[in-house]
Design a protein around this ligand. Structure first.
Ligand SMILES: Nc1ncnc2c1ncn2[C@@H]1O[C@H](COP(=O)(O)OP(=O)(O)O)[C@@H](O)[C@H]1O
Ligand SMILES: [Mg+2]
Length: 385
């Protein structure tokens, strides 16, 4: 939290900008219900991390969230925010201090976007100038043009409304954000965009976030840690996405993450994370004899041709070397080129589509970085540690 905020929000709201959250043997039984919605749930979320709760419908995800900001009360156990039990806090106060984003975000229809975003700052008694400045800042933060502040919710698309929901939840710089299937009602293309934007935003704001979804792919993408829950709020596994995919704790988790968990794991790593092979490269103008010798030394039938600036131009089958110096005209153009940010999954797909020939990878400036082969990609799938 910046010093200005700390000075103006005294007393119980003087949190750091992100606080750790802990569930300690949490139980919740709804009045009149047969079993417990949550029996005995314990986990910790370090400050500044995204923890995703994922599991089948009815397993208690929403219940877990609503216990945190005391929209409902605990039956047993404790929830600690920044080391302090939420039971010691006034519910209304807690709700002001915890950002809450839900699927149908419930913007107030008769208020402008700016007024919607200003809801909590107003409750906290901020002065007009400070509120206006914060609204402007937040619209920019979530990627909406400033003019949109004057519009009404019905004049926005679903994706834009969802961004406003995020801005509203962030308004008072909360130490914790609860997001319950926030992108669930958005079409797949816009959902992916919102996910990417939100991850970029989180790199800036570093809030503690509890994010609920029933979509394992969304969980893998968004989570620093993932809590896989099953009926009765039981924790099936709590782990990083990579651990979860590499070593599911049991049959339930294995089924939930899917038989393609190896491929999913490949989406978590990028070509920049692994050591590429050098491959056999020649430059335009190199003598044919030298190119042939180098290919023979490495036992390959094909070399990569570079221009004078080390940029790859194509692949040249050794058989095509005809005694003339190496020329780009004789090379086959590259079907695809990878970059350091290409995921291993995309790299695999490109290699397989190119008859298993290693993928040529370049740096941002277009110079050759190296090659990635099928073997390198499968090596990356070995269990961690
Ligand atoms: N207000 C309520 N009263 C009684 N039972 C409820 C209430 N809300 C949720 N439940 C029950 O608690 C369990 C967990 O629900 P919920 O937390 O909404 O699951 P999820 O969000 O994972 O789909 C379900 O069996 C659900 O029927
Ligand atoms: Mg729910």
């Amino acid at each position: 939290m910046n010093s200005e905020n700390t000075a103006q929000t005294e007393g119980p709201t003087a949190y750091p900008s992100a606080a750790p959250l802990e569930f300690r043997h949490v139980g919740k039984r709804y009045p009149g219900a047969d079993g417990a919605a949550i029996e005995d749930l314990s986990f910790e979320v370090p400050a500044g991390e995204i923890c995703v709760l994922v599991g089948p419908s009815g397993c208690g995800k929403t219940t877990a969230m609503r216990l945190v900001n005391r929209m409902i009360d605990l039956s047993s156990g404790e929830i600690l925010l920044d080391g302090r039990s939420v039971n010691d806090r006034k519910p209304a106060e807690l709700r002001r201090e915890i950002g809450y984003v839900i699927q149908q975000i419930g913007l107030f229809p008769h208020q402008t976007i700016a007024q919607n975003i200003a809801t909590v700052p107003k409750l906290l008694g901020w002065d007009k100038r400070r509120i206006a400045a914060r609204v402007t800042e937040l619209l920019e933060l979530v990627g909406l043009p400033a003019e949109m502040g004057a519009r009404y919710p019905s004049q926005l698309s679903g994706g834009q409304r969802q961004r406003v929901g995020v801005a509203r939840a962030l308004a008072a710089d909360p130490p914790l954000m609860l997001m319950d299937e926030p992108f669930g009602a958005i079409d797949p293309i816009n959902r992916e965009r919102l996910q990417d934007e939100f991850l970029r935003l989180q790199r800036e704001i570093r809030k503690t976030i509890v994010f609920v979804t029933h979509d394992i792919d969304e969980a893998i993408k968004m989570g620093d840690r993932i809590a896989i829950m099953r009926e009765g709020g039981r924790l099936a596994q709590y782990a990083t996405p990579d651990e979860l995919l590499a070593a599911p704790a049991d049959e339930f988790v294995a089924k939930f993450v899917g038989a393609d968990r190896g491929l999913k794991r490949l989406t978590l790593s990028h070509l920049g994370d692994i050591e590429l092979t050098d491959g056999v490269v020649v430059k335009v103008g190199d003598p044919a004899e030298e190119a042939r010798r180098r290919a023979a030394d490495h036992g390959v039938e094909e070399v990569v041709v570079l221009d004078g600036g080390e940029k790859p131009l194509g692949r040249l089958p050794v058989a095509r070397l005809n005694g003339q110096p190496v020329s780009a005209d004789d090379a086959d153009p590259l079907a695809a080129i990878g970059g350091r940010s290409t995921s291993l999954r995309d790299a695999l797909s490109l290699v397989v589509a190119d008859r298993n020939r290693p993928l040529v990878v370049v740096e941002d400036d277009g110079r050759l970085a190296g090659l990635v082969s099928l073997e390198l990609i499968s090596d990356a799938l070995r269990p961690p540690g």
